[in-house]
Design a protein around this ligand. Sequence first.
Ligand code: HAM
Length: 427
Amino acid sequence: MMIKAPRGTEDILPSQAKKWQYVEAKLKDIANAFNYNEIRTPLFENTELFQRGVGDTTDIVQKEMYTFTDRGNRSLTLRPEGTASVVRSYVEHKLYGDPTQPTKLYYIGQMFRYERPQKGRNRQFVQFGIEALGSSDPAVDAEVMALAMESYKTFGLKSLKLVINSLGDKESRTNHRQALINHFTPHKDELCNDCQARLDKNPLRVLDCKKDRDHPAMKSAPSIIEYLNEDSKKYFDQVKSYLEKMGIPYVEDPTLVRGLDYYNHTAFEIMSDAEGFGAITTLSGGGRYNGLVQDLGGPETPGIGFALSIERLLLALEAENITLPIDEALDCYIVSMGEEARQEAVGLCHNLRLSGLKVDIDYLDRKMKAQFKQADRFHAKYVLVLGENELKENKIAVKDMGTGEQSEKSFEEIISFLKKSIKGEVK
Ligand code: HAM
């Protein structure tokens, strides 16, 4: 019986992997331009980190974690997201002591959630995310959203919508929380079991429920915006005015609450409104989490970040018919005939590779015509031919596959000729 990849996972085969490499390199460039530095944290963490970090009442912690006991009887969890891990590392290594505050970090890596797989939703997926820790300047909120938007715009994506909301500070949230309890309590019996429990523990989560989405009480639920106190309102206004200064359009949605517990003040999502994008239109999300560092044992430190999945980014590119400018071409392919010529060809191939050129040669004992065909399949820019005649004259026949031009070069001059030609300096 053939064994298949586990449900919700996918192999990234070479032709796809090129796209991934291209996208990841671009995202790293963007992070670099905004002065975010890479951090790499473990793929698994102590389960408690996510229970405390992401929140006990969230779907992620209640239903979606890959949790297992290791041979030392520890409860470990494959990370469902990156923020809790980054904050754990920030606290553990006292990065807050570094004079270059705020600490601006980015990561790219696999995340794991036991969700119902569908297009754009996998059980293993790759997030690119950033976290800025140590500043409560609303300009940082705008910076994070600007970087998030740039992560799509850089590829030429256009059908994008930045949706923002404020969840307010502690006082605003406490007042809103009470209003939600008052609002939903008369309907408690009509809500799903999860929501009945959430109503006491964390009523904000009720608004995020997939089952009770259509209950009439949802639409009339009190909006956080009405409960923002002066400070929270002012903060939100400043964030919006920075976005305007940067020329980044946004829409406000007071129902945007996000699925993780650590957020306060700014919350945002980027949606695709491209036709044919599919049922899941959220490309990425993020927000401010001013209490999280302290919740995970660090000093009181504000933070904000966002994450996107590369899977959904690639789907968005597909939906907008964008082809990435990936150079797949081989610099040169070496065609040889006869045993002696082949010996030389193998040596030449190695030398060309060492000089930094992308070169290949036949390993299936193909006839000359079939070797040329192989060169075409690899979109070789040059074909080098070594046969008996060439060997006798100590020359290599060179064919420029772009122009069809043919010439002869000595073994001494071939490397510098190819390097110059391929770089476009000499034709
Ligand atoms: P999140 O909204 O749970 O937030 O996930 C962020 C993004 O990860 C989503 O918008 C989506 O692109 C992608 N994603 C999530 N689940 C899946 C899945 N099953 N399959 C494919 N893609 C998925 C967070 O994870 C927060 N840590 C973001 C953040 C960083 N907030 C502050 N800092």
